[in-house]
Design a protein around this ligand. Structure first.
Ligand code: PAF
Length: 285
């Protein structure tokens, strides 16, 4: 069934009011479009949990720190709507820029701490852009629950902190990363890799898994990270921006996973910046 596309906040608010009057729960799945199976898994989770599901599609200029990256970001609204038609989605909200950043817009949402490391070091201003647009989408949709992929683990932490700090009454839910059969984490950016780049990028996940297994066996992270970086370079990754072990909640560096931790990586393949992360088992003393 075709899903109605709303482009205007007033229309969205009218829908939301009728749902709330009927006592229905509302989910939001914020996206920038170019939907793949990872996004669809978020939508499926939202459909199971909530009576009404809003998928938002907005390529948010404020979170791009590179004009070429923004210009090249895939825009596939028609195909996205077709993919969502197979699911139990109530509304696709595709605001134009003026619905999000009207003339005179002057407010920035900035989450310190978790935003400052990893992506924050390499993509200045990125998380301010994310936190700002997500705060707006939470408030515009009035959703009770929001669904994000763990693929962007730091984003998930930033959004959780922002919602808590601003008392936005929404539950932020992180869903597992969906991977290609090759192990490559699904991402809209994969569309820009050549067939050979896709093959080589698939080597990242096994390298991360080996490091996680060896950490669980008691090896220290330093030498494992050096070895992993060499393996990634041999696969053709250039500019490994970070290959870090960090605690899950505050994203502080760890040497051994004595508390819940994540291995987080950003590296370039064929001129495309890829990120991935996996959970690391906690090591008991
Ligand atoms: O993960 C994304 O696609 C974006 O960062 C989000 C959360 C939709 C905000 O623009």
């Amino acid at each position: 069934m075709t899903v109605p596309i709303l482009r205007n906040l007033n229309e969205l608010r009218a829908k939301h009011a009728s749902w709330v009057r009927a006592g229905e729960s509302v989910a939001v799945v914020p996206t920038m479009g170019a939907l793949h199976a990872g996004h669809l898994s978020l939508v499926e989770a939202a459909c199971i949990d909530c009576d009404r599901v809003v998928v938002t599609i907005f390529v948010n200029p404020r979170q791009f720190n590179n004009a070429a990256d923004l210009a090249n970001y895939p825009r596939t609204e028609h195909q996205d709507a077709e993919k969502l038609a197979g699911l139990d989605v109530d509304v696709i909200y595709v605001p134009d820029g003026s619905q999000i950043y009207p003339d005179g817009y002057a407010t920035n949402v900035s989450v310190s701490g978790v935003s400052d490391v990893l992506e924050g070091e390499f993509r200045a201003g990125h998380f301010d852009g994310v936190a700002t647009v997500v705060a707006k989408l939470f408030l515009q949709t009035g959703a009770h629950r929001a669904y994000f992929g763990q693929k962007d683990f730091q984003q998930l932490m930033v959004v959780k902190r922002m919602a808590r700090d601003l008392d936005i009454p929404i539950e932020v839910i992180g869903c597992p990363t969906v991977r290609e059969p090759s192990g490559l984490a699904m991402s809209s950016r994969n569309l820009r890799l050549s067939a050979e780049g896709l093959d080589r990028a698939a080597g990242l996940y096994p390298v991360m898994q080996q490091v996680a297994a060896r950490l669980a066996g008691g090896e220290g992270f330093g030498p494992l990270a050096d070895e992993a970086r060499s393996k990634l370079e041999a696969l053709g990754f250039a500019d490994i921006e970070y290959f870090d072990l960090r605690c899950e909640d505050r994203l502080q560096l760890l040497q051994t996973p004595t508390r819940p931790g994540r291995l987080l990586v950003a590296a370039w393949m064929d001129g495309i910046r890829l990120i991935d992360n996996i959970e690391v088992p906690v090591l008991n003393d």
